[in-house]
Design a protein around this ligand. Structure first.
Ligand code: PXG
Length: 484
């Protein structure tokens, strides 16, 4: 039997809601052939991968017919929610008209031009440094690789080629390519394969719970920003090209900085004439209740990386919004910028983005997060924080995180964590997985970032399931004698 007939045989009926699937056969083929991202394949072979077959609004269905509420919007990306036929229609029409053509060699295409102009319209108002240009990529990692090359090119053109060092933060996530993983501050990634690449250094993250003991949040925000100035002075201000950060760290565990942090970062970057880069791959397109996270956090970057929510993940697309300062030099003095991807400005991906952004705009999803669903998520998470296992919980727009602790304390710094070997986050995540809600575990911090289209009733449903799974986790913890 050929592989094709094998694959065809695993779906027993037509692709309707009541399809039946041969889950075991799919799992067997999966572990025989499919290498997944960030996965222990030997462990996955034992468990068998969950096969997701269908989605609508904020719900997924697996091959066993189980309905799951998707608290992670795919992977922080399905901002408009699932089941948007108009995005599928737009891509279908574009594929019939012009599925692909490149944008090298003096050519362009209609959806890419329209999307570039739309992005220039919805980009943050950026004072004297407006975002009028975009460089398209296929992903967030490629966007950050583009940024590394673009800032170094900028400083060459500005006559300061020695400014080639980028400063980033520990526990940041900026992608999985060599430059993306190097910019990122994930120890586990750096340990595999000799990262970071030269010219990238890191400072601490603005995580009040972890580093802010003995300080007010406002004081800590200034302290964490001062780490940047210390690093600039250590490296030599004449060597530093740019600082990059996520407005709210996503994969690192929904780390929400104090309000004093980003304005101080901006002040320090201006003082030393360093480019400021906002990685908006997660925060962009409404996630925090503003179109871009830098608008909420109060800073004006020179460059913005985006991906995910630009198409709500329906098809891959990323890019870099380029402010006037960099764009002017690159365009007027730069000649060829020797960088680009086959899929830069992919017409079908841009068609998906145009329709997705139309939906987000016309349905007012960003305002809804700011004024209605975001505040509702906040109040529901405040009620989860009463749970005996929850030390503290925080939300920002349509993101939220809560810390599982052995003993609650009067402040975030008085809580007693579980020993790492208890892997309490993974235990809790398993209950979520088994009980129809997707919530990520980052160490002992449980996080959600559902579609921006989620309703208040669906938030209630998600939070009730989370509460139930916290109860199940507590039962386990008590049965194992782990409680403090
Ligand atoms: N920047 C940020 C801030 C991201 O969150 C990337 C860049 C890279 O994007 P691409 O499209 O190349 O994946 C990301 C991606 C997680 C998780 O575990 C998060 C991401 C990717 C995979 C897993 O939360 N974010």
């Amino acid at each position: 039997m050929t592989t094709n007939t094998l694959v065809a045989s695993v779906r027993v009926t037509t692709p309707e809601a009541n399809d039946t699937y041969d889950t075991q056969e799919l799992q067997r083929l999966d572990s025989a052939h499919f290498l997944h991202p960030f996965t222990d394949h030997a462990a996955l072979r034992e468990r068998g991968a969950r096969v997701i077959v269908r989605a609508d609004e904020v719900y997924l269905w697996d091959s066993e017919g189980k309905k799951i509420i998707d608290g992670m919007a795919g992977l922080w990306c399905v901002n408009a929610g699932y089941g948007r036929a108009s995005i599928a229609d737009a891509v279908h029409a574009q594929m019939l008209q012009l599925p692909f053509y490149n944008s090298f060699f003096n050519t362009t295409n209609v959806p890419a031009v329209k999307l570039a102009a739309l992005l220039a319209r919805i980009a943050p108002r950026n004072g004297s440094n407006p975002f009028q240009h975009v460089f398209f990529t296929g992903s967030g990692s490629e966007a950050n690789d583009t940024i590394v090359r673009m800032v170094r090119r900028y400083w060459q053109l500005a006559g300061k080629p020695d400014r080639d060092i980028l400063i980033s933060r520990r526990n940041a996530y900026h992608g999985s390519t060599l430059a993306g993983a190097s910019l990122g501050g994930m120890a586990g990634m750096h340990a595999q394969g000799g990262l970071p690449i030269p010219g990238i250094v890191h400072i601490g993250q603005p995580n009040y719970a972890e580093h802010g003991c003995g300080m007010s949040e406002a004081e800590f925000g200034l302290r964490a920003a001062a780490w940047l100035e210390e690093k600039i002075l250590e490296v030599g201000p004449e060597r530093v090209a740019a600082f990059i950060g996520e407005p709210v760290q996503g994969a690192g565990g929904v780390i929400i900085p104090p309000s004093t942090y980003w304005p101080e970062i901006q002040r320090i970057c201006s003082k030393y004439d360093i480019l400021l880069v906002s990685d908006e791959v997660i925060c962009g397109f409404g996630r925090l209740g503003t179109w871009f996270g830098c608008e909420l956090m109060g800073f004006q970057p020179d460059l913005i990386a985006f991906a995910k929510g630009v198409t709500s993940g329906y098809v891959p697309l990323g890019g870099v919004l380029v402010g006037g300062r960099v764009a002017h030099l690159l365009i007027e003095k730069g000649g060829d910028f020797n960088h680009g991807f086959t899929y830069s400005g992919h017409p079908s991906a841009c068609a998906a983005a145009l329709e997705n952004l139309r939906i987000i705009e016309t349905e007012g999803l960003v305002e809804r997060v700011a004024l209605e669903t975001g505040p509702h998520l906040k109040s529901r998470f405040a009620s989860l924080a009463m749970h005996p296992l929850v030390g503290h919980g925080e939300t920002c727009g349509m993101t939220a995180g809560l810390n599982l602790v052995r003993r609650k304390g009067a402040t975030v710094h008085d809580c007693e964590p579980f020993p790492a070997e208890h892997a309490i986050g993974m235990l809790c995540r398993k209950h979520m997985f088994d009980n129809g809600v997707i919530m990520r575990a980052v160490g002992d911090r449980m996080i959600v970032a559902p579609p921006l289209s989620i309703t208040k009733a669906q938030i209630d449903e998600m939070v009730e399931r989370i509460g139930y799974c916290l109860d199940l986790t507590l039962e386990d913890v008590v049965a194992r004698g782990w409680m403090g």
